[in-house]
Design a protein around this ligand. Structure first.
Ligand code: NAD
Ligand code: WQD
Length: 331
């Protein structure tokens, strides 16, 4: 299939492009590089050993998107392009609503115009809010605590409403848990701008000596050691989940958790990193981060049952691969 991957130069998108090409598909990337680098396109081609077509465009731009659909016979869209910094979304809500919602509308409109019936969307476990763990796809969603989360809830609703009146459209909504790790080549991985918000890139930058110590946000949660529990999933497993979703897509809207089903606390992750890589990660306990919840992990059984997909790589592999990427990475 010819797959249009929006946000394909980014962290999860770049790994998914490789997995798609390994599965025999052709990839067209649309990315405005607002949170990624052009060199990622070369790296994707190096790792996959295949060419990709790259459009440097903003996917909220109707004409630029139309031109791609006009030029290529697109069989499916995987829509990663989005802004994802929770804190920034509180300060700049309009930027987030515009980018993340308008992009979804522009792309679905182009799909309708050109008869493209496969659409895979990047959602997030954040839509569950502070529900009881494990999170199951059938749960009622709780209000998001930030505009970023709202853009995911709204995009899910928009896609569901569109699919309900377009019976030939097949939509897969993938709710990712906490992506971590990098490609085993060490060439592509997560390279956040500035100081990382997420735990794993923060840990790797402390290990590299770029940051002095990790600040652990709270040790008084009702968890095994008081620190927050998350379901870390290797980005290559996540990428393979997209291939499974695309290849098993049937008419209607389907929602899948992409997680491992296993929770890991902050201190467990720090210990796993130290053990895997033989490097000490200094840390201090500080106050809770506003908006954080105690525990978040998936019931991952639906994706296994319906897509035949499960995560294969464990937290140690995530620590190895994240560190290999960080060691190699030059700003
Ligand atoms: P990322 O920032 O590395 O990748 C997103 C890519 O989209 C970037 O290359 C960026 O340049 C591009 N982009 C953003 N807006 C665009 C636009 N209007 N037009 C064209 N390109 C645009 O992020 P990621 O971690 O790879 O996340 C991919 C998707 O998965 C996002 O939608 C994100 O919200 C979602 N998600 C991420 C996580 C996570 O923790 N990384 C968790 C759940 C969901
Ligand atoms: C993980 C754990 C922190 C950093 C966020 C978004 C979510 C999704 C994934 C996109 C928590 C603790 C972290 C640090 C710490 N993104 N921590 N010190 O908050 O689960 O999810 O990214 O959809 O929407 O909210 O991920 O990696 O920031 O935090 O102690 O410096 O690590 O408190 O328990 P989170 P995270």
């Amino acid at each position: 299939m010819n797959i249009l991957v929006t946000g394909g130069a980014g962290y999860i998108g770049s790994h998914t492009c490789i997995a798609l090409m390994e599965a025999g598909h052709s990839v067209i990337i649309a990315d405005n590089l607002c949170n990624s680098k052009r060199e990622n396109i070369e790296k994707i081609m190096d790792v996959a050993g295949k060419e990709v077509t790259f459009y440097e465009i903003n996917v909220t731009d109707v004409e630029a998107v139309d031109a791609i659909f006009k030029n290529y016979k697109i069989d499916g869209v995987v829509h990663f392009a989005g802004l994802k910094a929770v804190g920034e979304s509180i300060e700049k809500p309009l930027k987030y609503y515009y980018n993340n919602i308008v992009s979804t509308m522009v792309l679905t409109k182009a799909c309708k115009k050109y008869g493209v019936n496969r659409f895979v969307f990047s959602s997030s476990a954040t839509v569950y809010g502070n529900n009881k763990v494990p999170f199951v796809e059938t749960m009622d969603l709780l209000p998001a605590t930030n505009p970023y989360g709202e853009t995911k809830v709204m995009s899910e609703q928009i896609l569901t409403d569109i699919a309900n009146v377009n019976p030939t459209l097949s939509v897969s909504i993938l709710r990712y848990f906490n992506p971590a790790g990098a490609h085993e080549s060490g060439l592509i991985g997560e390279a956040p701008n500035g100081i990382p918000n997420n735990l794993m890139p923060y840990v790797t930058q402390v290990a590299k000596g770029k940051l002095e110590k990790l600040r652990v946000f709270g040790n008084d949660y009702p968890t095994i050691d008081g620190t927050g529990i998350r379901d870390y999933i290797h980005v290559v497993d996540l990428a393979e989940g997209h291939v499974a979703a695309l290849e098993n897509l049937t008419e209607g809207v389907h929602i899948y958790n992409l997680g491992t089903g296993k929770g890991t606390s902050v201190l467990e992750l720090v210990r796993a990193f130290e053990e895997a890589n033989g490097i000490e990660v200094p840390y201090e306990i500080v106050d809770r981060r506003p908006g954080d919840i105690a525990s978040c992990y998936a019931d991952a059984s639906k994706a296994k049952r319906e897509l035949g997909w499960t995560a294969k790589r464990d937290i140690i592999a995530m620590c190895w691969d994240s560190w290999r990427f960080e060691k190699n990475y030059k700003e």
